[in-house]
Design a binder for this molecule. Sequence first.
Ligand code: COA
Length: 296
Amino acid sequence: MKTEGPVIEIRRLGPFEIRRYSHFAAAVDLTYLAAGTSIAIGAEADGRPAGLALAHFVRPTAVRVAALTVEEPLRGKGVGSLLSAQLEVELAARGVILADVIAGNPHPFLQRQGWQPGGRLATVYTFSERVGESPWLRSPVNSPSYELFPWLGHTLADRQDALRLMESDTVARCLNPFTDPARVYGPCSHGIRHAGELVGWCVTHRVISGVLHYSSVYVAPRHRRTVAPLIVMGESIREHLRRSEELPTGVQAVPPELLEIERFASKRLAPWADKIERLHVWWKSFAARKNCGESE
Ligand SMILES: CC(C)(COP(=O)(O)OP(=O)(O)OC[C@H]1O[C@@H](n2cnc3c(N)ncnc32)[C@H](O)[C@@H]1OP(=O)(O)O)[C@@H](O)C(=O)NCCC(=O)NCCS
């Protein structure tokens, strides 16, 4: 180990040991280890958990890396390289030929480790109180043609309108407003009607503490180039800003297929966002390496 600091130990973790590393991965990702469908490697610094590499089998010869992370104070000291090298040894021993991981692009560490950036999954806009400085949010738009209402008060007729929109428009299907109903955050979720008919929604979820996800922001095609998107999303963000002490962060992930939503976010959110991250699926093939070895 190249540091003069804590003693680093890299080793495979069993199903019970992973609990000590639970702060390095999403809870859902920690549950697969006991079933034998995951491999976990821990990095310990003076006996204390300091990093985790966790990969799930998605096929007998392919894994998705769910976590490859080192605690912040220890970064840049070679621990990440040790973790990823040990993970690759374990994967190779099990005959894995392909791994992927979802991460931002650019990502110098992954690039250095020989990973290739694949398709873009989403552009993630992270924003806070500063978004309130944007002129479009400071002067709310009103229009007698549109009726805004709290999403949690949607009627059966609204539901039927939403289902019809989802049937006719793939974008609406991607932005299904009925997903994860238990975690919908009422004060910042709105629907919008035109002539009594539902034409859009902004549905937000509280998933982790302090963060509001703008999970589903949609306006029907005929109403996109009107004030409708500004009304429905504007009202949700303004309500969010009133609660910024409790919910300091807002996040909206926009997949590249949703061109108009991406255009809206890049014009209305990007200039005031704290962070804009392009999430890609990165991949690494181990097959070529094996073949090279075999042919030598
Ligand atoms: C990515 C991560 C695991 C790397 O761990 P680490 O212990 O800092 O990595 P190392 O010290 O082994 O770095 C290896 C090399 O990559 C470089 N590197 C690491 N992170 C870098 C970064 N963010 N930007 C530029 N270079 C970076 C280091 O300079 C080092 O180069 P060197 O060998 O020439 O000095 C760590 O930064 C991390 O936890 N990041 C957040 C989570 C993440 O992005 N995980 C990866 C995808 S899931």
